[in-house]
Design a protein around this ligand. Structure first.
Ligand SMILES: C[S@@+](CC[C@H](N)C(=O)[O-])C[C@H]1O[C@@H](n2cnc3c(N)ncnc32)[C@H](O)[C@@H]1O
Length: 387
């Protein structure tokens, strides 16, 4: 057999690929017994040149010969997904996840892979999976994406090490099949802190912002069979998310009339989550129209409040109409009964809020209408005067 130069080998493969001659391509790779380093170099060159089919076939061949590394694994995983080969895809995933510990990619390699491979190849696959609501494929793609995204793996490991709380929800997100979900990691601990007491009971939850429906499925599983989960979204496609105990309504947080119509149609909930459009108007409208619809003792949780600092969402630091500034005024209501200033007097919020808790991007309000507190004064005085 005539020894083929590296560049000639790659050029031959690319020519077969251009001619769409898959058999020729495969025969070329399998019949010439190139050393693994040559296959690997050709695969890397093909990947970086954006010639995915050549790269994937080479990667699979290398994988079959036991030549593992993260690059091969990525190509195997994506190639398996592209060509519908579940076994190759699984092997690629195993290699990628293993590679996190044993064969870490240099940051520069991750950047290259991410920019040149993951984005052009991965994004169309992701879009297809999203459009088809193919949750299994979506989860596999997310795993692949995370394994090769610069900083993600390290951030994920740190998150797992630092935040053991929120574990039940994290396990659902990472391990259970479900529709696409989009939550910030630290929210999980906050959810569990306020929602745990409702688990296993008869709970009604309304979430604004359905997207692909993953969070509604998470709530259904977290709270159990007694839960009635309602979603509201402006996008009519969200109706596909309907299933037993999950009902989606179409509605617009920008439109007070729409919110009022929803309020008339929806039962009084124990929990409201605002994860909708996150503009200032939408957040204020939703709080004003729905806070008093909560059951007494209920929880209003508004998330992604960082949009108060983002012009894209109408948020400007310290602008009086941003949601953070709006809710700061509610803090005054928590204490309004003590006000000596006529500009501040107790209103319905003050009479209905038990507490307001601020976190990074999240506000939790506990609704509890209580009569004015009384001072509890008992015990033996230690001095002969009171001050
Ligand atoms: C961040 S996503 C929701 C994510 C989902 N809760 C999850 O955890 O996977 C935001 C959703 O808000 C919806 N939305 C945007 N503007 C809206 C509006 N004016 N009224 C209602 N929903 C809106 C979008 O259609 C999108 O589905």
């Amino acid at each position: 057999m005539v020894e083929m130069a590296q560049s000639e080998f790659l050029a031959t493969l690319l020519r077969f690929d251009e001619q769409n001659d898959l058999e020729g391509l495969l025969a070329q790779i399998q019949n010439t017994e190139h050393p693994p380093e040559r296959l690997h170099a050709a695969m890397t060159a093909a990947l970086l040149a954006g010639r995915m089919r050549v790269a994937f076939i080479l990667a699979m061949l290398l994988g079959n010969r036991g030549q593992w590394n993260a690059l091969v694994s990525l190509a195997l995983a994506l190639g398996g997904l592209l060509f519908g080969n579940a076994a190759e895809e699984r092997r690629g995933m195993d290699g990628l996840l293993l590679g996190r510990d044993t064969l870490p990619l240099a940051d520069a390699e991750r950047e290259t892979l991410h920019g040149r491979v993951v984005v052009p190849v991965f994004s169309p696959l992701l879009q297809t999976a999203l459009a088809q609501a193919d949750s299994g494929r979506l989860m596999r793609l997310m795993e692949i994406l995370h394994a090769v995204t610069p900083g993600w793996a390290a951030g994920f490991d740190r998150f797992c090490a630092e935040r053991p709380r929120g574990e039940t929800l994290l396990r659902f997100i990472l391990e259970r099949p479900h529709r696409y979900i989009d939550k910030w990691s630290h929210y999980l601990e906050i959810y569990e802190r306020y929602f745990a007491r409702y688990r296993g009971g008869e709970v009604t939850l309304i979430e604004f912002g359905v997207s692909h429906g993953g969070s509604l499925q998470m709530w259904k599983e977290y709270f159990g069979p007694g839960a009635r989960i309602f979603g509201v979204d402006i996008d009519p496609r969200c109706a596909v998310v309907n299933e037993e105990n999950i009902t989606v309504f179409q509605g617009n947080q920008d439109d007070r009339n729409s919110l009022r119509a929803l309020r008339a149609a929806l039962p009084r909930p124990d929990i409201i989550i605002d994860d909708g459009g996150h503009t200032m108007t939408q957040q204020i409208n939703t709080l004003e129209e729905f806070f008093f619809h909560l059951k007494d003792g209920g929880i209003f949780l508004a998330e992604d409040l960082h949009t108060s600092y983002m012009r894209s969402h109408g948020g400007v630091y310290r602008a009086s109409d941003n949601f953070i500034e709006y809710t700061k005024r509610l803090i005054d209501q928590l204490n309004a009964r003590y006000s000596e200033d006529p500009a501040l007097s107790l209103d319905d919020y003050g009479r209905s809020m038990f507490s307001m808790h601020y976190f990074d991007s999240v506000l939790v309000i506990e609704k509890r209408a209580e009569s004015a507190p009384i001072q509890l004064q008992r015990g033996t005085p230690s001095f002969n005067n009171f001050s």
